[in-house]
Design a binder for this molecule. Structure first.
Ligand code: HEM
Length: 425
């Protein structure tokens, strides 16, 4: 039997007597206006590492969730899919843009064995070796985008550099024509950042009514084309896949397509922008990269650690369990906060310091287990090439305005990063 919310709040405070934490609602938007609430997470790690958030005012119909904030505990949850299911309750802390049955149609929202069978269709193409073969094409995409800045003194790095690069890279994997990149980017941004008034001025209901139907209509056309004429892109893989002798249903193909395009669109972009911001704010670190460009892969890992593109993913308990001394009940939602675990002081010395020589083992791509990021090698390659080309071309780039975060406790992403380019080298 599940305990009541007030029981949970009491236990969540624990013997450390963290009175001020009892009523904290970790996912609530005001805490996230300027990126993740790092001070709060540091307190939670120290005083209440597995913390219960009761209902969030924006989502009154939801039951609340456990926040897992330490690296070791995130690791335990991530690896134990039998106790912590991806299928039972959706993958985000609060309301998903899609109803549960559509979340369950993506392999990120499935448990084994179906998860493994679907993911296997793609894993072959995403190994580090196969992904490395894309480096020349990705470098070309990045230099083409940077070439468009010639003659300019300023630009906005998120929408003028990161967005067109990531859209074209994932677009080329999926078989999206280049002229459609802009519309897919808009759809993905509004669906993933659905609570943000800039990305989505029409509000959540409009996303549900308009964007989800546009996703199905546009994707439906691509599916019909590939049924007729198979291609060698990933959309065609989904259309022609057979799991246990059965083709996927239309909604499973659409959601598989959404998963890959959304993950490709709203990930690398975030870490690139925040990493560039950190390099501009820490000229000593940027100098290290200028003097020794072989440090760039380590700078990529440090950016992933400090600025994981997804602040969290969630699971739902299939049975009662104990986690770091806290009783979890069957049916409870359990949220792994990578934005916190990546700054766990028991793993990283001086965790808030941006240090391009650290080369950390982080949890930005998940903490192991079945759902470890499919696109990790692709993301690392994109980030390395983006950093290399941007830093080589504009060694004196400076911040030229206030960076703004997407209002979200899920996507940990800047929506604007204005810069002065400085002279082109
Ligand atoms: C900075 C870049 C990226 C970060 C930080 C990131 C992070 C993550 C995380 C944390 C998960 C695990 C979710 C969970 O445990 O439930 C995940 C899963 C996934 N990622 Fe990434 N990702 C990135 C880039 C990409 C890219 C470029 C792709 C391109 C296809 C991608 C595709 C996926 C897919 C398909 C899954 C689901 C895997 C599964 O359920 O087995 N990711 N990613």
């Amino acid at each position: 039997m599940s305990s009541t919310a007030s029981d949970r709040g009491a236990r969540a405070d624990g013997p450390a007597g963290a009175d001020g934490l009892r009523h904290v609602r970790v996912g609530e938007r005001p805490l996230w206006l300027d990126g993740p609430p790092h001070e709060l997470f540091a307190r939670l790690r120290a005083e209440c590492p597995v913390h219960w958030t009761d209902k969030i005012s924006e989502y009154p119909s939801e039951r609340g969730f456990w926040s897992v904030t330490r690296a070791e505990d995130v690791h335990s949850v991530s690896r134990d899919w039998k106790t912590y299911s991806s299928e039972l309750g959706g993958v985000t802390a609060t309301r998903d843009v899609f109803p549960l049955e559509l979340v369950q149609a993506m392999f990120i929202g499935m448990d084994p064995p179906k998860h493994d069978r679907l993911k296997m269709l793609f894993q072959y193409g995403f190994t580090p070796k196969r992904i490395a073969a894309h480096e020349p094409a990705i470098r070309q995409i990045v230099t083409d985008v940077l070439d468009k800045l010639d003659g300019r003194e300023t630009c906005e790095l998120v929408n003028e550099v990161a967005q067109p690069v990531v859209s074209r890279v994932i677009g080329s994997f999926m078989g999206i024509p280049p002229e459609d990149d802009i519309v897919w980017a808009r759809l993905m941004n509004s669906m993933l950042g659905m609570g943000d008034p800039d990305l989505n001025p029409g509000g959540i209901e409009e996303v549900l009514a308009k964007d989800v139907s546009e996703l199905f209509a546009r994707c439906g056309r691509m599916i019909a084309e590939r049924r007729e004429h198979p291609t060698d892109d990933l959309t065609s893989v989904l259309v022609h896949a057979e799991i246990d002798g059965q083709k996927l249903e239309e909604h499973e193909i659409v959601m598989g397509f959404f998963l890959l395009v959304a993950a490709g669109n709203d990930s690398t972009k975030a870490t690139y922008a925040s990493g560039m911001r950190a390099l501009m704010e820490h000229p000593d670190q940027r100098r290290l990269l200028r003097e020794d460009s072989s440090l760039i892969p380590a700078a990529v890992e440090e950016s992933l650690r400090m600025f994981p593109a997804f602040a969290h993913f969630g699971r739902t308990a299939t049975q009662d369990a104990e986690l770091a001394g806290t009783q979890i009940h069957e049916g409870d939602k359990v949220v792994m906060w990578y934005a916190s675990s990546n700054r766990d002081e028991t793993r990283f010395e001086d965790p808030d310091r941006f240090d391009v020589r650290r080369n950390p083992e982080h949890q930005a791509f998940g903490a192991g287990g079945r759902h470890f990021c499919l696109g990790a090698a692709l993301a690392r390659l994109e980030l390395r090439v983006l950093f290399e080309e941007t830093l080589a071309r504009y060694p004196g780039m400076e911040l030229a305005g206030t960076p703004a975060y997407v209002e979200s406790a899920f996507i940990n992403q800047l929506k604007a990063l204005p810069v002065a380019l400085g002279p082109r080298s």
